[in-house]
Design a protein around this ligand. Structure first.
Ligand SMILES: Nc1ncnc2c1ncn2[C@@H]1O[C@H](COP(=O)(O)OP(=O)(O)OP(=O)(O)O)[C@@H](O)[C@H]1O
Ligand SMILES: CC(=O)N[C@H]1[C@@H]2OC[C@@H](O2)[C@@H](O)[C@@H]1O[C@H](C)C(=O)O
Length: 400
């Protein structure tokens, strides 16, 4: 047998595996690196996060990604160079983390690399009737595998699209495996650049689970903070928004987009929720000269209202969930307080209460997808709906 396949089979047959999950999300704040220890798979998955770090991106890295990020037209040469460059960069960041953690690459069985989403184009968003759902993540995994010497799984979203999904959210698979709890209906809410939630039924009914994007999380807040307060990346602890007043007219205009009337589950990205989107709503409501703190207060209310609407769209107005939050937005008390007002019947907790550090969650989820692809079977969840196809996700890159 080919030596690569021998190694692959050996990794799949081990009783315990170490997999590094990598996530670089829409906020471009850095690369999340989670070294996870797995035993079992499927419903018997046991995962422990041995080490976690977010390696912050420099402004120079962010700049290079932003040259193509969510842009309908880009310089093709730059896109091409970025694919290899990000693969190499992510490999170097993994090696740096392993060095700090005093773990040898040979002690790691696999890397699960999400890559950098540069464009997300579900059909409902691009609107081109003859064209399919599509999504693009950069950071070539052969570069990761060759440079680290570690078997690498990557590009998890393409199979999802090929099997009829929108390429996201993929959180549903891992959330279902590690966070389902008999007797408790749960929502897992991730407040990243884009916000999404997963519903897990307390009946453990795999057919009932789904996850959906709800709209913006931090992406609009970050974009306007960067513009209005140069040198600042985000509204730390929601302090700026807390000083402002929500402009109700602008908020309603922001909420009037057809995205909010699309059936669940659905996905979106900064391609739609951009500064352009906000400016159009400001023009419509004659609020272009709104004070910066009022604009940030309104955008914070917008993110919270979008989550509230999606939850109510799915479950009606008064379902008393415990919501387990993760993602950077949970560190923003102004956003969290507004969310609590939107969903007064719900109790808010974090995934730390379920044993997974909220900032590490997405990286862990991709490690779980890789573990399933290596050891498990396609998960029959989501009642066979196209949004949650029962497939194994990810492509395999060998180091040699
Ligand atoms: N202390 C804080 N106060 C306010 N906001 C914060 C704080 N810490 C993080 N954030 C927000 O969280 C963002 C990062 O969130 P996160 O890393 O979850 O996003 P992401 O994974 O890139 O996004 P996505 O899940 O959409 O891919 C920051 O850009 C910022 O807006
Ligand atoms: C295309 C893409 O990268 N989407 C991300 C993004 O960030 C949050 C939200 O939008 C979600 O749909 C998805 O990520 C998570 C990890 C997911 O697939 O579950």
């Amino acid at each position: 047998m080919n030596a690569n396949l021998t190694r692959l089979v050996a990794a799949a047959q081990k009783p315990v595996r170490r997999i590094i999950g990598l996530m670089s999300g829409t906020s471009l704040d850095g690369l999340d690196v989670a070294l996870c220890r797995f035993a079992g798979h499927g419903a018997a998955t046991q995962v422990r996060v041995e080490h976690f770090a977010t390696v912050p991106y420099t402004e120079a890295i962010r700049h290079e990604i932003r040259r193509v990020f969510a842009q309908p037209q880009v310089e093709l040469q730059h896109l091409t160079l970025l694919h290899a460059w990000l693969g190499t960069l992510h490999a170097d960041l993994v090696l740096r983390c392993l060095d700090q953690w005093q773990v040898q690459p040979a002690e790691v069985d696999a890397i699960a690399s999400h890559g950098q989403t540069v464009f997300h184009a579900p059909q409902h968003q691009h609107g081109l009737a003859e064209w399919p759902n599509a999504t693009l993540q950069l950071g070539d995994a052969d570069h990761l595998a060759v440079r680290t010497g570690i078997l690498t799984l990557s590009d998890f979203r393409q199979k999802h699209v090929a099997a009829g999904g929108q390429g996201a959210p993929l959180a549903v698979y891992g959330d279902y495996l590690i966070f389902s709890q008999a007797g408790e209906d749960r929502l897992l809410l991730n407040l990243g650049g884009i916000a999404n939630f997963t519903y897990l039924a307390g009946s453990l009914d795999a057919a009932a689970v789904f996850s959906t994007d709800t709209g913006p999380g931090n992406t609009l807040l970050d974009a306007f903070v960067r513009e209005l307060y140069p040198g600042t990346q985000y509204d730390e602890n929601g302090a700026l928004a807390a000083q402002g007043w929500v402009h109700e007219g602008l908020l309603q205009a922001l909420l009037s987009h057809s995205f909010f009337r699309e059936p669940l589950p659905k996905t979106t990205g900064p391609e739609l929720f951009s500064k352009h989107y906000v400016r159009a709503a400001q023009r419509q409501t004659d609020t272009l000269s709104l004070p910066p703190t009022d604009l940030l207060a309104t955008l914070t209310a917008f993110s919270a209202a979008a989550v509230g609407r999606a939850v109510q769209q799915a479950f009606g107005p008064a379902r008393p969930f415990t919501i387990y939050a993760s993602g950077g937005g949970m560190h923003n008390p102004t956003l969290m307080e507004t969310l609590q007002r939107e969903l007064p019947h719900c109790r808010f907790a974090t995934t730390a209460d379920l044993g997974v550090a909220p900032d590490a969650k997405e990286a862990v989820l991709f490690a779980i997808l890789a573990n399933e692809t290596l050891v498990g079977n396609a998960l029959p969840i989501g009642n066979g709906i196209q949004a949650v196809p029962a497939v194994s996700l990810g492509k395999i890159s060998f180091p040699q």
